[in-house]
Design a protein around this ligand. Sequence first.
Ligand code: IMP
Length: 177
Amino acid sequence: MSSHFVAGTLITRDQINTRIAELAEEIERDHPGGGQILLVGVLKGGFMFMADLIRFMTNRVAVDFIAVSSYGKGTKSSGEVRMLKDLDTSIEGRDVIIVEDIVDTGLTLTYLQEILKARNPRRITTACLLSKPSRRQVDVKVDYVGFEIDDHFVVGYGLDFDERYRNLPHIAVLGQG
Ligand code: IMP
């Protein structure tokens, strides 16, 4: 059986902070008029990104959360997405932003965008802290991307491996030995 370890910092806490401030500014520029934005955080990985993003926003924002299954205990996607927790509120006629930790194959996000679009929001966009373009299996639109990264399995800043490492304040590469 192989073991895993945190190999090194890929993105520092400062880099994350600076980039999230820029994303918040971009989002607010794209949503003028002071109307309320509903941020939909995707659990569990997106919770830290969500918490930092809203602190840079000055618009009226509301938050809700949705949970979908991801990789379970491994580092490879099963390609199967399941809803574990739905939103508490209706999104009909609202300006919605999906807030996700990472887009890898794109299957999770495609599923989320499809089910939420079917509920007739006024507008729906997506913000992802990380994107691994080389791993994409479906062409999914991400409006706001924090960082594009190479094909590494990463942990920290909300992202886990088998429920570990979510508490790291930075993004680290998971090594295998
Ligand atoms: P996708 O459906 O393949 O795009 O995978 C998206 C989900 O898989 C994310 O929301 C994460 O929960 C998880 N995931 C993908 N890549 C990583 C990674 O490098 N580290 C931790 N979780 C990941």
